[in-house]
Ligand binder design. Structure first.
Ligand code: SAH
Length: 303
């Protein structure tokens, strides 16, 4: 039985305000087996980072909420600048990508608040600081790769694409030879993501060129793109909390590759984001990042 991540990792990474993405909590290599524990479907919707316990010196929940408010703006540019100033966005390439994608095309209400917003079907567009953290963690694996390699590259999978916002941001980063596939288990949300990307000329260009694609499927099984069987994913983003690191996701992760995935903690009452790396030799290591609240990665609702 492999150790549960919580048992083998030390400490949380940062919460709002200290978005260091440090190597804190690095785990020893693990066997490639995945933690399996109970599913919790009780979290309704709240997709930001959570504070650590009161015993630590990290910000309280109230401070986190205040920081999120401080990052809110009246335009996309202002939201991005505020996140930059508050240290919630640290990488200039990622900042550039965020500036290119207007969140108003994706969030039906309060698009420039640093908070999650409902998008229908019990789903939510995650808070901008959460998206920033996800992209910054995945960045080394979503940058354009060298011209001589096979196409498409890099290949990025966005599971639970919802509004399509992050799928679009990732597509801005992968470059002209790259591919980003958003997978949704609700057809209407697959369509919503595509529709939202199509609201801008730039988005339409990305769709036309096939750099961004939206698919319907159960993200727990990963995704095999027709005509690209056998190709692995350089980066996998999971936008909903998984009961475990589902084996097909780990199997479909490239060597090297990285996965950013929120996973229910043992007992199912809380969740943490895990950064899972597969190195060039296929060795898997995992790093526990921070506590979060995401909607669960589930079966599709029955109509
Ligand atoms: N990244 C999205 C987050 C949407 S919320 C955004 O910021 O807009 C999480 C999404 O995961 C929901 O859209 C939900 O429909 C989807 N989801 C949940 N379980 C899934 C599954 N098994 N397969 C694919 N998508 C799933």
């Amino acid at each position: 039985m492999p150790p549960h991540p919580r048992a083998s990792c030390t400490g949380l990474n940062s919460v709002l305000g200290s978005n260091t993405h440090s190597a804190q909590g690095v785990c020893p290599a693990f066997s490639g087996q995945v933690p399996l524990h109970r599913v919790n479907h009780q979290h309704p919707r709240c997709y930001g980072r959570l504070s650590r316990s009161r015993a630590t010196s990290s910000p309280s929940y109230l401070e986190i909420v205040k920081m999120a408010w401080r990052s809110s703006g009246t335009s996309n540019a202002e939201l991005v600048e505020n996140m930059w100033r508050n240290g919630l966005l640290k990488n200039a390439e990622v900042k550039e990508a965020f500036l290119k994608v207007d969140r108003a095309h994706y969030a039906p209400s309060f698009p420039y608040d640093d908070s999650p917003q409902p998008i229908g079907h019990a789903a939510t567009i995650s808070a901008p600081h959460m998206h920033a953290s996800a992209v910054e963690h995945l960045l080394p694996y979503v940058r354009p790769t060298d011209e001589s390699g096979p196409r498409p590259a890099p290949r990025v999978l966005d599971i639970g694409s919802g509004s399509g916002y992050l799928t679009h941001v990732l597509a801005e980063l992968v470059g002209p030879r790259g591919l980003v596939v958003g997978v949704e288990h609700i057809v209407e949300l697959r369509d919503l993501g595509e529709k939202n990307v199509g609201k801008s000329e730039r988005g339409r260009e990305l769709l036309r060129g096939g750099r961004v694609r939206f698919r319907v499927g159960d993200g727990r099984k990963g995704w095999v793109e027709p005509g690209e069987e056998g190709s692995k994913w350089d980066a996998i983003h999971v936008g909903a909390a998984a009961a475990e690191v589902h084996p097909p996701l780990l199997e479909q992760l490239n060597s090297p590759g990285r996965m950013f995935i929120p996973v229910d903690d043992e007992g199912g009452w809380s969740q943490h984001v895990w950064c899972i790396d597969k190195d060039a030799e296929g060795k898997v290591t995992q790093k526990k990042l921070f506590g979060v609240r995401y909607v669960p990665l589930t079966d599709a609702p029955r109509h």
